[in-house]
Design a protein around this ligand. Structure first.
Ligand code: SAM
Length: 213
């Protein structure tokens, strides 16, 4: 266990040194959340390398630098209400929950991944993440509006329901583009519509659903 702790600390230090991670709140959160508990046992030894890992059902846990960059770009702060689309292993939702210190809603379309995510989250000691099975391209109206929405799968375009479920002044971060190559789009909802800013290239698994692929 102490080995994992040291590896985690070193991984986060490398993310800071390479400029991927800037927010002190996110640094603290990533130093706490035990990524090795969110991946299958046979790849746990690689949990603190900076790359995606398989989590079953053809899906992946995102690379740590992507988790770091997305949390930074969202401008997460304590008290914000957050929706994640693409719970996967549950790891990213825990990092977000560490920063906002309130319940995070995380949606996952593949039921067996959602079940495992709940187990991972409980094993890591988090009680404030609600994993919902369903098509996240429709958002989760029951919990809306959200201060921040992050989508961790690549979409052909920004799903309209997600913009609708954002508060005025809220931010949505989503990979948009082709099925396996996208750019990370930061969408800010203003008084007079939305503003979109491309933050750089990325590669995510496809967002599958009514407003996705
Ligand atoms: N954030 C995750 C983590 O921390 O492990 C990694 C997410 S993985 C890159 C993308 C996830 O999005 C997959 O688990 C996939 O099943 C899920 N997904 C794809 N389309 C979805 C949809 N419409 N609604 C909810 N989840 C979806």
């Amino acid at each position: 266990m102490a080995v994992y702790e040291r590896e985690r600390e070193e991984m986060v230090d490398r993310l800071v040194a390479s400029g991927y991670l800037k927010s002190p709140r996110v640094v603290e959160a990533m130093k706490k959340v035990p990524r090795h508990l969110f991946v299958p046992e046979d790849v746990a030894a690689s949990a603190y390398y900076d790359y995606p890992l398989p989590i079953g059902a053809g899906q992946t846990i995102s690379a740590p630098h992507m988790v770091a960059m997305m949390c930074d770009a969202l401008g997460l702060e304590e008290g914000q209400k957050v929706l994640e689309v693409g719970a996967g292993s549950g790891y990213h939702a825990c990092v977000v929950a560490e920063v906002v210190k309130r319940e995070v809603v995380a949606m996952e379309r593949i039921e067996r991944l959602a079940v495992r995510a709940r187990e991972n989250i409980a094993r890591a000691g988090y009680g404030n993440i609600r994993v919902i099975v369903g098509d996240g391209t429709r958002g989760y109206a029951e919990g809306a509006p959200y201060d921040r929405i992050l989508v961790t799968a690549g979409a052909p375009d920004v799903p309209e329901p997600l913009i609708e479920q954002l508060v005025a002044g809220g931010r949505l971060l989503i990979p948009v583009g082709e099925m396996y190559v996208q750019h990370l789009l930061l969408v800010t909802k203003g008084e007079n519509g939305v503003e979109k800013r491309a933050l750089g290239g990325c590669m995510f698994v496809p967002l599958v659903g009514e407003h996705g692929w």
